[in-house]
Design a protein around this ligand. Sequence first.
Ligand code: C2E
Ligand code: CA
Ligand code: CA
Ligand code: CA
Length: 278
Amino acid sequence: AKDDGKGVARRFDPARFAQAEQRRHDEDDLRRAVAEQQFEVHYQPIVDLDGEQTVGVEALVRWRHPARGLLPPAAFLDLAEDIGLMPELGIWVLERACEQAVEWQRDHAGFELNVNLSASQLGSPHLIDDIRAVLARTGIPPRLLVLELTESVALTDLAESARVLGSLKTLGVRIALDDFGTGFSSLSHLGALPVDVVKIDRSFVQAMPESATGASVAEAVLQIARTFGLSPVAEGVEDASQAERLRGLECAHAQGYHFAKPMPAPEVTALLGDQSGG
Ligand code: C2E
Ligand code: CA
Ligand code: CA
Ligand code: CA
């Protein structure tokens, strides 16, 4: 049946069939999860490098899967983005996180919340209205909300990003460029974006104590941030020597397993309680 040379592709292929079935199953599973809100928001502390006080958190989504347990974003975000679920899921995360942050802000004035925006959210015509509605419903002070966008997404269509980020800024929120430094070739365009904060990608942080070149690259990335008037947050700080180096480079804020992993909201509440107590 496959002697015309093209028949190979037409022949029933059990492996491909199984793959397509799996994909359909995964999509249904994820659609149901969004409809049933099977997600949780965890929070990773962002610390002031002097004194290591927690000054804010980054909201990170997890899927509490009924059969598979707690799943990290790497297990489902790409699919969610592919099948158009991200605008809805992203706004759900934003709203939950804002509600929670408002509670923390009651005892900790100025406590900041960072929330990630995906590529499809940036492209959504509803983004500005949705975010305005969340700000109104939760009452979070807009200046305490930092929306994070990866550098690669922001630089894909610079003019469009500048336009959308400009409208976001009219809401009073701040913007962070995530994974900063990984899109180096487009550096000259940085000045075109209304950005307030840069999150120095962990590859630079982790290369720092290893070699002299690693250290000077990290220093150069920090220098660039300063040149553009942006506040740096170092990501992926995993040990004391990295933290020490960053202090030496006068990086004010940092995030990483060395300080704290992402955790459920009650653990952040406990951490903040300890912090104000002593
Ligand atoms: P990201 O925005 O760069 O977030 C930081 C990631 O690095 C988190 O992974 C965090 O757990 C991890 N991390 C923190 N400290 C360290 C460290 O010291 N060492 C190492 N190796 N990793 C560290 P997570 O939670 O698995 O999230 C992965 C990515 O998924 C995030 O990367 C972000 O791009 C995306 N993401 C997570 N939640 C959301 C969301 O609600 N919306 C959108 N659009 N994206 C999200
Ligand atoms: Ca982020
Ligand atoms: Ca990042
Ligand atoms: Ca990342």
